[in-house]
Design a protein around this ligand. Structure first.
Ligand code: ADP
Ligand code: 5GP
Length: 193
């Protein structure tokens, strides 16, 4: 574990579903104890092995709408039809209070919102598999999605890849070890700034 002096940085990992964000983010959280994860709110179904408060805050559509109405979100998106995701202001406050640098795993539009809002405090990283075929194969092999959900996610990959050059860094996720080392380097270099 490495530690640093606190200065409130934000690391946003973004990409289409299946690119490897979760894998990379989990590795970073294990490696650096000065990082903590921004747990998002969502209306999607909980997957087996997921926990409320650890992976997401799982809410009904009504609860999510109420949070929207009360302006509790820094950003939110309907990432898939009828599936809402958002970053709660209270989550950022919670992590600042713990004096942690924050890691986000959010979609490309939410990532742009956070980057716009926090500017130089934030490093936004686009995660990119070597090609479309490998990307789709990883998503299928993950075995977490129904046929319908898989279809939705695949149809969005090409659209979201257009955002590739809109962030601070592109991290190629081909060989996993290389990508994880690359991610560690991005964190350490940005922390020093
Ligand atoms: P995301 O969070 O972007 O949706 P995941 O981290 O869940 O993506 O990765 C999608 C799937 O691909 C997972 O099953 C994961 O174990 C696998 N995976 C991620 N990176 C690699 C890699 N470099 N090589 C092979 N498989 C990978
Ligand atoms: P999944 O359902 O696979 O966990 O996530 C689907 C997509 O929603 C991913 O691209 C993920 O990064 C994104 N996502 C998760 N949390 C948030 C959030 O708080 N805001 C936004 N805009 N997207 C999110």
């Amino acid at each position: 574990m490495e530690t640093v002096d606190f200065s409130g940085k934000m690391f946003v990992f973004t990409a289409p579903s299946g690119a490897g964000k979760t894998t990379i983010v989990r590795h970073l959280l294990k490696t650096f104890d000065f990082l903590d994860f921004s747990v998002s709110a969502t209306t999607r179904e909980k997957r087996k092995n997921e926990q409320h408060g650890r992976d997401y805050y799982f809410y009904s559509k009504e609860e999510f709408d109420e949070l929207k109405r009360k302006r509790k979100f820094v950003e939110w998106e309907e990432v898939y039809d009828e599936q809402y995701y958002g970053t709660l202001k209270s989550e950022i406050e919670r992590l600042w209070n713990l004096k942690k640098h924050i890691v986000f795993d959010i979609d490309v539009r939410g990532a742009k919102d956070i980057k716009r809002k926090y500017g130089k405090q934030c490093l936004a990283v686009f995660v990119k598999p070597p090609n479309f075929e490998v990307h789709v194969a990883r998503l299928k092999n993950r075995n977490t999605e129904s046929e319908a959900s898989l279809k939705k996610r695949i149809s969005r990959i090409k659209r979201e890849m257009r955002y590739e050059n809109k962030f601070d860094e592109v991290l190629i996720n081909d060989d996993l070890e290389t990508a994880l080392k690359g991610a560690e380097r991005l964190i350490l270099d940005f922390i020093k700034k």
